[in-house]
Design a protein around this ligand. Structure first.
Ligand code: UDP
Ligand code: MG
Length: 330
């Protein structure tokens, strides 16, 4: 039987301290439970400002199964994942963070599921007891809202630790939207999906690169790129408001002309106007979100730019690798 090639894709922003540990842990898996598979480890350096680039070069020099992709600047976690997936040649692609919060020992389990026929294996993180409560709540809230609005079964803890079969990878790569949101896409594409709960190891060198502002932007992006519900909300509310104000007007007119009842003062008017203004601003803001998305999409810019590679692979000669992600589109 031919040995299957597994591609491991790791986005890395300032992970100089973690990468050597990650490399050791991953290659230990391929000396152990995954002996029957070949490894291809792709580390995407997402514009790191520490020694990450040098560390990647050093690991690549030691092991020809490892390749590095260095972005021209920080393009973000999702684009680093995308670049790595485009680069991957494996029969299955496994994405994981560089900081060892997603323990490499689960890779073997992912692969077992894949060999048993699963095409997407999602790692679902069980909440760590030490996770800050606010982070837990905000992430739960996001997934609730996202699931409700987009009808895509995504759940809390479905981070970007997953295995994608080649067929799924090709489907994912056929999506050319600028706004790449792998978590949503990986569920959206369908195929045979499986969930594996995993327990997060405490961060080895703990710190997150996501601020709350970044997380909010991320959540907005996820929702607006998968759901048009907020747009429909505007229509629905508009209809409702129009009818109820017509009704209100009619009641006032009837009371005035037929019952000669005194009409309430200006306070209620101001309350109503400010309420309507508030709703209007909100909805204009929502429209703005979508227009911004359209604006970004129509520019058709490349989604990331690769400045340099360590160990350019034989299968990706310059002309060939310049798919939509890298540098130029066809
Ligand atoms: N990362 C990246 N670009 C970014 C932010 C993060 O490539 O702009 C990488 C980071 O190096 C890590 C993964 O994405 O491998 C997840 O980031 P982090 O651990 O900060 O996120 P969290 O664990 O808080 O979800
Ligand atoms: Mg992390």
């Amino acid at each position: 039987m031919p040995r299957p090639l597994l591609s491991i894709v790791v986005p890395a922003l300032n992970e100089a301290a973690n990468l050597p540990l990650l490399y050791e842990a991953v290659s230990a898996q391929f000396d152990g439970p995954l002996r029957h598979c070949d490894l291809e480890l792709i580390i995407v350096n997402d514009g790191s400002t520490d020694d990450t680039a040098a560390v990647i070069d050093e690991i690549c020099a030691r092991d020809s199964r490892v390749r590095g992709l260095h972005f021209a600047r920080n393009f973000g976690h999702q684009y680093a994942l995308l670049a790595g997936i485009e680069e991957a040649a494996g029969a299955a692609v496994i994405t994981m963070d560089a900081d060892l919060e997603q323990p490499p020992r689960y890779i073997a389990e992912f692969v077992r599921q894949w060999e048993a026929g699963a095409q997407v294996v999602h790692g679902v993180r069980q909440d760590h007891p030490k996770l800050p409560r606010l982070k837990k709540w905000t992430s739960r809230l996001f997934y609730r809202v996202f699931q409700y609005l987009s009808r895509i079964p995504m759940e809390p803890g479905m981070l970007d630790f997953r295995l994608l079969d080649r067929q799924v990878v090709d489907a994912v790569l056929s999506m050319t939207e600028s706004d790449f949101f792998l978590r949503g896409i990986a569920s959206w594409v369908g195929f045979r999906q499986v969930r594996i709960p995993y327990e997060s190891d405490l961060r080895v060198h703990e710190r997150t690169r996501f601020t709350y502002a970044k997380m909010f932007a991320f959540a907005m992006r996820g929702i607006t790129s998968f759901s048009v519900f907020p747009l429909r909300l505007a229509t629905g509310l508009g209809v409702l408001m129009t009818f109820s104000s017509l009704l209100f007007g009619a009641v006032v007119a009837i009371r005035h002309f037929f019952h000669s009842a005194p009409q309430p003062g200006y306070a209620s008017t101001i309350a109503l106007i400010s309420l309507l203004m508030g709703i209007q601003f909100l909805l204009i803001g929502m429209l703005g979100e979508y227009i911004a998305r359209i604006h970004i999409e129509v520019k058709r810019r490349p989604r990331y730019i690769v400045a340099r590679r360590t160990h350019a692979p034989a299968h990706a000669e310059p002309g060939d690798r310049m798919r939509r992600g890298a540098i130029l589109r066809p």
